[in-house]
Design a protein around this ligand. Structure first.
Ligand code: ACO
Length: 323
């Protein structure tokens, strides 16, 4: 028997305010046409005053726990991927723990920018497989609208806010790729690329700073590294791209998503795409896409899913899940 971390529930939260590309046309030298054709983004959600990463994460967590048919007391741990925690500390995860009324277990944040959810899934999987926790809430939540330079047209039009969550539960599998649950993970980072994508603030500056990105340089790394990590993760599970039902990619740019699918030899009919509606929500984008993909009827129990993401660091990775 092999212990597997199986998806028991999924949920998401998006702030009420939807901002179409046209809102940027009024205050920047940009156009709906440029944003759509270069990124695939048509609109994004922005948090209201008073809404934070932890409040959105809590809403997504509640939805995932309800979807799993569980109660808060059933959860042993919370792993929250974010680069926009409410405060430098405590972690947003412990704020979610308190907001849920969870009085036991443990909670911590994972920071790997847009690759954060892949890292969080890998951590949660390890906790479950090693027996340290049986039911883990894995959340991706971001408030990138608070770290954008509204005068920089090359970044501020690309990002959005939101949160998504999964409940992972330990179950016994047979050890084959027919098992439900996380089948393989593949993580990488290379800190030499720090200047391609970073926030120019933090404890060293006393400000929270704003996103700085050499978009075309990141783009060049993205397709190659994403296809490679997805194929490596599949190979670790004894699978190939031909076995995949759905790619659920990090939603940064439709051209990166299309390029990665093409490099893997998979048609766009096998890709869950939400970038047009959410923009780039960093660590929240994959759980948002999983939740929306399930709600649309695309993702069904037993489907083989590969998620892949790249972001600041650079950090990147992929996770293979049988839903
Ligand atoms: N409106 C109009 N023109 C613009 C805008 C805008 N909003 N933004 C940039 N431009 C201009 C640039 O100034 C440039 O003009 P120039 O040629 O006169 O200098 C021109 O458009 C082309 O700019 P590029 O950056 O080369 O455009 P590109 O086709 O590469 O698209 C984009 C830019 C969308 C940012 C793309 O490079 C991309 O998606 N990169 C990857 C982003 C990503 O995946 N990031 C990782 C995750 S994010 C994270 O980890 C936080």
């Amino acid at each position: 028997m092999t212990r597997r971390a199986v998806v028991a529930g999924v949920g998401h939260y998006l702030p009420e305010r939807v901002v179409p590309n046209s809102e940027f046309e009024a205050r920047l030298d940009t156009s709906d046409e440029w944003i759509r054709s270069r990124s695939g983004i048509e609109r994004r959600h922005f948090a209201a005053e008073g809404e934070t990463t932890s409040t959105m994460a809590t809403a997504a967590a509640r939805a995932a726990i309800a979807d799993a048919g569980l109660a808060v007391d059933d959860i042993d741990a919370i792993v929250l991927a974010t680069s926009t925690a409410d405060l430098t500390f405590p972690s947003a995860a412990t704020m979610v723990q308190a907001a849920l009324g969870m009085e036991r277990g443990f909670a911590f944040d994972v920071q790997a920018v847009c690759a954060g959810f892949a890292y969080a899934l890998a951590n949660a999987d390890a906790l479950i497989v090693s027996g340290q926790a049986n039911r883990v809430l894995v959340i991706g939540a971001e408030t990138f609208s608070r770290i954008l330079d509204w005068t920089d047209r090359s970044t501020c039009v690309l990002f959005g806010d939101g949160a998504g969550a999964l409940v992972l539960e330990g179950r016994e599998g047979t050890g084959t790729s027919a098992d439900r649950g996380i089948l393989a993970t593949d993580l990488h980072s290379d800190g030499r690329y720090r200047d391609l994508l970073y926030v120019d603030g933090g404890v060293s500056t006393g400000t929270s700073g704003a996103v700085r990105m050499q978009g075309n340089q990141v783009f060049r790394h993205a397709v190659e590294k994403l296809a490679q990590t997805a194929e490596d993760a599949l190979a670790k599970a004894g699978l190939t791209p031909a076995d995949v039902d759905w790619i659920v990619p990090h939603q940064a740019n439709i051209r990166i998503i299309q390029g990665t699918a093409k490099k893997m030899g998979l048609p766009m009919e096998k890709v869950v795409v939400t970038v047009q509606d959410h923009g780039n929500t960093s660590a929240a984008s994959i759980p948002l896409a999983l939740s929306v993909g399930k709600a649309r009827g695309q993702i069904r129990e037993g489907d083989l899913i590969v998620t892949e993401a790249i972001g600041g660091g650079l950090a990147w990775g992929a996770v293979v899940i049988r839903w």
